[in-house]
Write a protein that binds this ligand. Structure first.
Ligand SMILES: C[S@@+](CC[C@H](N)C(=O)[O-])C[C@H]1O[C@@H](n2cnc3c(N)ncnc32)[C@H](O)[C@@H]1O
Length: 367
């Protein structure tokens, strides 16, 4: 983020009456970069929302062409500012300058943010733009009150029940499913390569959304059969997605309430970003239910942004935990020590951590 870096040492030295005491290596650059980071974030999210990367995928375009395609009425200067911000952040490439310039996607935005490619993972960013951005505006209130700050703010639903409310709106349901696939794709691909599936025949994915984890497991491990289990409104979307991969004969879609209903039997029980939505008591209860449902030798896999035990490194995991305050009030992300405590208390004997993509890991407990 070159554009937010300022010659801070000079400024500080000029303003401070004790200028000789300021060590030159202490600057406000990081403070400014993070404090004003929402500018960069919103410039990026707006590009995703407006489909800029899909617009630029077929061919490089000039500012004039982009302005026309996106239907902007602002000044050319501000379109250049927005596009050149994205160039400075590394999300666009540019040849030439201003009126002589043409813009194209950077390699990563072209692969992951062009909606016409199967590798598109912008669902989470679309949801960040349409929901999380405004709800995070009330983080202060969340911290003061401990209450969720999303759609359920005025009518708190508690724990994971806000899903049933969210899913009354078909558009929001689809957006949430896309967001979940987007954020987990790298992790699921890493898991199917790193976890030893050879000893098992079946996997149950609890809160499996549109079946994305089951699809990845079945594509990579032909001997496995999966059940993806979620709330009833999700079932048609999961069935449709699974049909698209010709896997309907190997992936069963089950509907129910994971808090109330018995689990379908399976050798592996997986859960992606489920435990973090719950308070500690509910987490422990669910872990015990998973243990009781697994056969001896079975495995429980939680795919989450496991926070490092020292709580210093995994910034994304810590922020995700705050996101659970915004979304659920009393949900929180956790460390491997926490996971080990809950799973050992339930009876699991061997517990390991498999690092996945970026800040995410698989916490695995064997019965
Ligand atoms: C945060 S999403 C995670 C989705 C997916 N496992 C992943 O890793 O991307 C939580 C999922 O749990 C489902 N869910 C929430 N409450 C549930 C319940 N009581 N019973 C079954 N599924 C539930 C939601 O519909 C949603 O698909």
């Amino acid at each position: 983020m070159k554009s937010l870096t300022i010659k801070s040492t000079v400024m500080l030295a000029e303003l401070s009456p004790e200028k000789t005491k300021i060590a030159p290596e202490i600057t406000p650059s990081k403070i400014m970069q993070i404090g004003m980071g929402f500018w960069a974030s919103k410039a990026m999210l707006t590009a995703v929302k407006l489909g800029l990367y899909s617009t630029l995928a077929p061919a490089a375009l000039s500012e004039k062409q982009i302005k026309e395609k996106l239907g902007f009425s602002c000044s050319d200067r501000h379109v250049f500012d927005w596009l050149d911000t994205l160039v400075s952040l590394g999300f666009l490439e540019r040849k030439g300058l201003l009126q002589d310039a043409v813009y194209s996607n950077a390699a990563d935005t072209d692969l992951f943010l062009d909606k016409n490619k199967k590798t598109y993972m912008g669902g989470i960013l679309e949801m960040a733009d349409s929901r999380l951005y405004k709800y995070w505006g009330d983080l202060e209130e969340g911290l003061r009150t401990g209450q969720q700050q999303n759609e359920g703010k005025d009518n708190p639903l508690g724990n994971m029940e806000f899903f049933s409310d969210l899913y009354k709106n078909a558009e929001k349901l689809q957006e949430f499913m896309n967001a979940m696939s987007g954020i987990q794709t790298g992790n699921f691909l890493a898991l199917v390569n790193q976890f030893d599936f050879s000893k098992y025949k079946s996997m149950l994915d609890l809160g499996g959304a549109d079946g994305w984890l089951s699809i990845q497991v079945c594509l990579n491990h032909p001997h496995i059969h999966c059940t993806t289990f979620d709330l009833p409104p999700v079932e048609p979307l999961a069935k449709q997605k699974i049909r698209g991969f010709n896997l309907s004969d190997r992936i069963h879609v089950a509907s129910g309430d994971l808090l109330k209903d018995a689990f379908p039997k399976a050798d592996i029980i997986a859960m992606g970003n489920i435990l973090h939505g719950m308070n500690e008591e509910a987490k422990q209860e669910l872990v015990r239910k998973v243990y009781d449902s697994l056969p001896d030798g079975g495995a429980f896999i939680a795919i989450e942004n496991i926070i490092d035990n020292e709580r210093r490194q995994n910034t994304f995991g810590l922020l995700m935990s705050l996101n659970m305050l915004i979304e659920n009030g009393d949900g929180f992300d956790y460390t491997m020590n926490d996971f080990e405590r809950w799973t050992r208390a339930a009876g699991f004997t061997r517990i390991i951590l498999i690092p996945l993509a970026g800040p995410s890991s698989a916490a695995v407990a064997y019965k």
